[in-house]
Design a protein around this ligand. Structure first.
Ligand code: CAA
Length: 240
């Protein structure tokens, strides 16, 4: 029987690569997306993976969306909390809305989605949750107090929920990507990005597929002893 996986933000960027990697690992994947209808349709037409629209920052929408996926595809065994946004700016210029929106979506989304699927995983005695953190949650980043706080929060959330899931066969891990060649990183001003890339020991941005590979590893059937960990995939930019 094929495992059912939900990937939030699963139709674009790193999320798209994760959806494909989990499908290639034999799972039935539901790719959640927030707003880019045209891209989601193109993704579904091309891959055959069903796309579901809801805002991960909206608690009730997550409960309803996950119930719909379960009714269409079966009980959810795997959750990848990948959806995330940036609203970069130095603290001096950052509005309260820019702070709140990033916390609501990036960190609140993890809580909302886990609330929807964790009870079922616990009851059935098997589950895999992977939360996408960030090098910038581990190390901080100039101009990102909101994003760094949310991503750092994800790392704490992961370690706490891992303890709750452990005796029920539910593993909870974080994966912390470095700078990956997606639309999100392409939005960083070129002269700033150039300086960042110069500090990456492997000398280049990462590829979404390189992150997806790590997610598939953490979600594997034989991954039951890996929980509460953080897999850092950043080309050597941050080692600790
Ligand atoms: N450390 C110290 N000083 C810095 C700095 C840094 N890292 N970056 C910029 N500064 C300084 C500049 O030199 C400049 O100083 P002067 O005024 O003395 O010349 C000052 O700060 C202002 O810099 P900017 O002109 O860049 O300021 P801005 O207000 O126009 O833009 C910013 C600020 C929006 C934060 C811009 O610097 C930026 O976009 N930075 C990149 C942030 C980033 O890395 N975001 C990652 C997005 S991708 C992602 O988040 C995915 C992931 O998980 C990795």
């Amino acid at each position: 029987m094929s495992r059912v996986a939900i990937v939030t933000g699963g139709t674009r960027g790193i999320g798209e690569a994760i959806s494909l990697a989990l499908r290639d690992a034999g799972m039935t994947v539901a790719a959640n997306y927030a707003g880019n209808e045209a891209k989601a349709k193109e993704f579904s037409d091309r891959t055959g993976i069903k796309a579901y629209r809801w805002d991960v920052g909206d608690h009730q929408a997550c409960l309803d969306g996950c119930a719909q996926v379960a009714s269409d595809l079966g009980p959810v065994d795997v959750l990848v909390n990948n959806a995330g946004i940036t609203r970069d700016g130095v603290l001096q210029k950052m509005s309260f809305d820019d702070w709140n929106e990033v916390i609501r979506v990036n960190l609140g989304g993890c809580f909302n989605m886990a609330k929807a699927v964790f009870p079922g995983m616990r009851e059935r005695g098997w589950g895999r949750i992977v939360n996408i953190g960030s090098i910038n949650g581990q190390a901080g980043q100039y101009g990102q107090v909101n994003y760094a706080a949310a991503k750092s929060g994800i790392h704490g959330f992961t370690k706490a929920l891992a303890q709750e899931g452990a005796k029920f066969g539910v593993t909870v891990n974080a994966l912390a990507p470095g700078y990956i060649d997606t639309d999100m990183v392409a939005a960083v001003p070129p002269q700033v990005l150039e300086k960042i890339v110069a500090k990456i020991p492997v000398g280049r941005l990462g590829h979404a597929e390189e992150i997806a590979r790590g997610v598939a590893f953490l979600c594997a059937e034989d991954g039951g002893f890996i929980t509460g960990s953080t897999l850092s995939l950043n080309g050597g930019q941050h080692m600790y």
